[in-house]
Design a protein around this ligand. Structure first.
Ligand code: CP
Length: 313
């Protein structure tokens, strides 16, 4: 596939395996730009990208900014707390006003599931979902797929175990869809209160046995306990969660000696992962962050009509 025909990147369900492969290959080809002494190409000069973040973010927001600047696009940022949404302006009015400035792409994070899909129906610019509520985080899934492919040379046939707060996790939902589409086996585990009913319909195997979930996993992905989304009591205390479900290096090695570790960030150190796991040689966490720049460079490039072999030097 040379040309990419999507207008928006809203979720992993809308991408097929060939399109995912094309994005990963494009990101791999663009990676070397970030290793040059002058980390910039003129490819997207004259294009404008608005970063509209209605929820906090460190990794996603900064890597979209870095990616756009490396491709020479102009960027403008707007946060909920500094926008007129604090004065009662609706989401639709906000984005139609942003559209009036004629951006090429709006990158959007929102606390409401489905918000980027709604916006995409009402504006001309391309929309990239940078995380919506508990629904989807497609660019996180794509950077996770690239990180696994870099580490193992393949995705097909690998065993990925996701542990933790699946209930609130858009990363888990996107990764179950994305990894199974690319041929991996995905197992979900964690406290039964945090494994939503029906999650297996997305293609994951569910087990409450940590021994079964971990013993032959190639990759173990721990999820953040999302304190900001917890209206109910899902577990008695963080201390108890860490004791039963937290990963320490000794515990990990006693069950599985080969697995590599991932986490989408931000980490609650000492809760889902101890520091000796997060900072270990088995940890891919900072490689995930580095690949986030390459994936976001690839997405803005492809949405603007770029072909894999033709990015400007
Ligand atoms: N992984 C992720 O989405 O991190 P941020 O919330 O910091 O963007």
């Amino acid at each position: 596939m040379k040309r990419f025909h999507k207008k928006h990147i809203l979720d992993m369900a809308s991408l097929n395996a060939e399109e995912i492969d094309h994005i990963l290959n494009t990101a791999s080809a663009l990676k070397e730009i970030s290793e040059r002494p002058i980390k910039k190409v003129p490819t997207l000069r004259g294009k404008s990208i608005i970063h509209f973040f209605h929820e906090p973010s460190t990794r996603t927001r900064s890597s979209f900014e870095v990616a756009a600047k490396r491709m020479s696009a102009d960027t403008f940022s707007i946060s909920a707390s500094t926008s007129s949404m604090t004065k009662g302006e609706t989401l639709l009015d906000t984005v139609t006003n942003l559209q009036a400035m004629n951006p090429d792409i709006i990158v959007m994070r929102h606390s409401a599931s489905g918000a980027p899909h709604f916006v995409a129906k009402h504006i001309n610019a391309s929309v990239i979902n940078a995380g919506d509520g508990m629904h989807a985080h497609p660019t996180q899934c794509l950077l996770d797929l690239l990180t696994v492919r870099d580490a193992f040379g393949k995705i097909d046939g690998l065993k990925l175990t996701i542990i933790g707060d699946v209930f609130h996790s858009r990363v888990a939902r996107s990764n179950i869809i994305g990894f199974t589409k690319m041929g991996a086996d995905v197992t979900i585990t964690g406290p039964c209160t945090m494994i939503p009913k029906g999650i297996d319909s997305l293609g994951a195997h569910v087990t409450y046995s940590l021994e079964e979930a971990f013993s032959d996993a190639d990759i173990i992905m721990a999820l953040r306990i999302q304190k900001e989304r917890q209206n109910n009591f899902f577990f008695p205390s963080e201390r108890e969660y860490a004791t039963i479900f937290g990963l320490s290096y000794d515990r990990l090695k006693s069950i599985n000696k080969k697995a590599l570790i991932m986490h989408p960030g931000p980490i609650n150190r000492g809760v889902e992962l101890s520091s000796d796991v997060a900072d270990s040689t088995e940890s891919l966490i900072l490689k995930q962050v580095a690949n986030g720049v390459a994936i976001r460079m690839a997405l803005i490039y492809l949405l603007m009509g770029g072909t894999r072999d033709a990015h400007s030097n």
